[in-house]
Design a binder for this molecule. Structure first.
Ligand SMILES: Cc1cc2nc3c(=O)[nH]c(=O)nc-3n(C[C@H](O)[C@H](O)[C@H](O)COP(=O)(O)O)c2cc1C
Ligand code: SF4
Length: 690
């Protein structure tokens, strides 16, 4: 289908200094947990973005000098010429598909503890390192020689970046991750020399480094400045007024302005805490200060929202990190008039968790993300079927839906049987919890795609017994029936059931999501530590309950540190009046109260309550797996060749893991057995001479 003419503006070329990008789709820098460790995997991922139509594809932040590195995070490095080939691999992959390659040079200053290099970090002032982990390290205040050194290192990195094939070279002053922002902000700059005090002084280093980079990059390349327009800490930090002045004073110096919020948690807010386009008030009016193109972000997945940004004169280029992760082919789909095929980001920040866990990036919506090279997966393509095999998928949650969709895309005849009257499983239930409606996109995208596949039959209200499965006669059976929350207190703190008096009303998240609700004073025991405890607290407060959330961790929803939401969640719960009891585990449920024990001393106290909700571990729905295994003797006569449980039905985990499990089944189905060989490729570091 030809593209809708309303979106033509998105496909206009834009000049960036001496270069021209073919359209307005701009993949802003984003890290990915691969960096210097998984070079070819990273290059392949960027290449696929370019193939998907992004006019500009950038790297993540690239460490430019050993005196500033952010171990344990795994980024790219450009410390000396040795790093050029690895970086060139990515720029070549980007160029192969006609996109411009951008590189973000980063000197993290007081944001890196230098645990790998053991160099003393530097910044504008003597201040503790501001990492996510409260490292016991301080940065030392830079003297004039340090500033001269830094300028030289940045210049050298820019020259190397051009040698590595990059078109756009970034000066990074955003997210509080970079020394240039540390100099710019009154919060971190207490200097009394010409680099401190007035704004003109505080922006001196940014100006100098931008001038140096312009000179180093030369006539053929472009220089971008990425700057945060608000540090979101009120008057003590950078706000729009100061950034307006910075942009006015340096308006025509860079070839492009890239605007964000600071810190990273504010910039990449989850859908639970920010809507698409939520950065608009922060950037409004800034474009008028320069004739140079401006890129900005806001989890843009809707072409209408993108067009509005251009038409309203807010942006010239539509920046995207997460939308490009969830759907690397987003621009192509708009161009080809295939809006219904767009896999919209759900704003869950599982992609961010890859970075925090030093694991290759993963995405809830796009299970191929991070697997492009090591498994050869592609977000749009999959190998055609190798046989006429027929597959029955039991369960239409995230794993079953993706499995049926991907097998169907391969051309297999697939039957998807769902016990309930609607598809989506846990995604359908969880997306009805407060402010996470966007999660339903995981289901909706797949239902939409299944609708195009005549070879996939979908049956609702079709609970199946083992006998019916055998009778059905599909050669291959996939069991994706999900999991159930436990009622007995078993999770991380207690590995054995705790004493429970049946007189106390006891609920699980399954009960609450099914509409079986507690009332009065409700204790939520959260030994799960991801989002469920916090979401249920919000829901129950909205229903008029008084809620006490008890957790053995020292903060609520502790794992959401990896999605950069923890502090937002804790603040929201406190604002809602939820009483938060940390470092305590529920050790007994009595008829009229909950006994809670200190996680450190074991000392107990009693909490009167009308009901308790156990957010603890889950158990896979294994009934069918067990019954079918017991009837193994009936398989061959019934024509069944294989039975396999996937996703939560095998071992409960995230929605992302369930989608991945569905995809993996489909990718590996009918493939030759690999025995004990590794199920993916990896890049082994070449040994240096002794
Ligand atoms: C996984 C991930 C990694 C990121 N890494 C970087 C980075 O290395 N450098 C940077 O300037 N911004 C980084 N960002 C911020 C993005 O560039 C972007 O500004 C932010 O995510 C908002 O855009 P979005 O809503 O399109 O995701 C990252 C974002 C994500 C989601
Ligand atoms: S992991 Fe979640 S937030 Fe990140 S790109 Fe995928 S869907 Fe979006």
């Amino acid at each position: 289908m030809p593209r809708d003419s309303r979106y033509d503006v998105l496909f206009e070329p834009v000049k960036i200094g001496p270069l021209t990008t073919k359209n307005r789709f701009y993949q802003v820098p984003h890290c990915n947990g691969m960096g210097y460790r998984d070079v070819t995997a990273l290059a392949t991922m960027r290449g696929i973005k370019a193939e998907g139509g992004w006019g500009v594809v950038c790297t993540e932040q690239v460490e430019i000098h050993p005196s500033s590195e952010i171990t344990p995070f795994i980024e790219l490095r450009l410390w000396d010429d040795q790093d050029i080939p690895a970086l060139a691999r990515t720029s070549e992959a980007i160029h192969r598909h006609g996109a411009l390659a951008g590189i973000e040079l980063a000197y993290n200053g007081m944001n890196g503890s230098n645990f790998y290099t053991r160099e003393v970090p530097m910044g504008p002032a003597h201040l503790p390192i501001a990492t996510f982990f409260n490292d016991p390290v301080q940065a030392r205040a830079m003297d004039k020689q340090d500033i001269a050194d830094l300028r030289r290192w940045h210049r050298n990195a820019a020259i190397r970046a051009r040698r590595a094939g990059y078109d756009i070279v970034y000066v990074y002053a955003a997210h509080a991750f970079c020394v240039l922002q540390h100099f710019l902000s009154r919060r971190t700059n207490d200097r009394s020399d010409e680099y401190g005090g007035s704004l003109v002084n505080r922006m001196r280093l940014l100006r100098e480094v931008t001038e140096d980079t312009k000179e180093a990059v030369g006539d053929g390349g472009a220089v971008a400045v990425r700057i945060s327009v608000d540090e979101m800490v009120g008057e003590s930090g950078l706000q729009k007024e100061e950034i307006q002045e910075v942009i006015s004073r340096m308006a025509e110096l860079p070839d492009l302005w890239d605007l964000t919020l600071s810190g990273w948690d504010q910039d990449s807010r989850t859908s639970r805490f920010a809507e698409e386009g939520s950065q608009e008030p922060f950037i409004a009016g800034l474009k008028a200060l320069t004739t140079k193109p401006v890129v900005g972000v806001g989890r843009f997945t809707s072409p209408d929202a993108m067009v509005r940004q251009i038409r309203k004169g807010l942006l010239d280029l539509i920046g995207a990190a997460r939308p490009s992760i969830a759907d690397p082919f987003l621009p192509k789909k708009i161009e080809e008039g295939r809006l219904e095929d767009i896999r919209e980001c759900i704003g869950c920040n599982i992609c961010v968790s890859g970075d925090f866990t030093q694991a290759p990036i993963r995405c809830t919506q796009n299970p191929t993300m991070g697997e492009e090279w090591r498994k050869g997966w592609h977000p749009e393509r999959i190998a055609p079927k190798r046989s006429e095999a027929k597959v029955l998928v039991v369960g239409g949650g995230p794993a079953g839906l993706e499995c049926a969709r991907a097998l169907g895309q391969r051309g297999y005849e697939v039957t998807l049987a769902e016990a309930r009257g609607e598809l989506g499983g846990r995604v359908t239930l969880e997306s009805k919890l407060p402010r996470v409606a966007a999660w339903a996109r995981v289901r909706d995208h797949r239902i939409q795609q299944l609708g195009k596949l005549a070879n996939v039959g979908v049956y609702l209200d079709s609970a199946m017994t083992a006998g019916q499965i055998l009778e059905f006669g599909a050669g291959h059976v996939v069991l994706a029936a999900g999991s159930n929350w436990r009622r007995d207190g078993v999770a991380r703190f207690h590995l054995k059931p705790i004493p429970v008096d049946g007189a106390m009303p006891l609920f699980t998240p399954d009960d609450v999501m099914a509409g079986n609700l507690p009332g009065g004073h409700v204790a939520i025991y959260d030994d799960d530590h991801y989002y469920m405890g916090g979401l249920l607290a919000e829901k129950l407060v909205a229903l008029g309950c008084a809620v006490t959330l008890i957790t053995p961790a020292s903060e609520v929803s502790n794992w959401t540190r990896n999605t950069m939401e923890q502090h937002f969640i804790q603040a929201r719960l406190l604002e809602l009046g939820v009483s938060i009891v940390t470092n305590r585990a529920v050790s007994e449920v009595r008829a009229d109260c909950i006994v809670i024990a200190c996680a450190f001393t074991g000392r107990t106290s009693e909490l009167p309550a009308d009901a308790i909700v156990m957010v603890t571990a889950r158990l896979p729905n294994e009934r069918l797996t067990r019954e079918l295994t017991e009837r193994r003797g009936d398989w061959a006569p019934a024509g069944v060749i294989s039975v396999k449980a996937i996703g939560d039905a095998l071992a409960p985990s995230t929605i992302a893991a369930a989608v991945y499990a569905g995809r993996r089944y489909a990718e590996e189905f009918d493939a030759p057995a690999i025995g004990d060989a590794l199920p993916f490729r990896r890049e082994v570091t070449g040994l240096a001479p002794l």
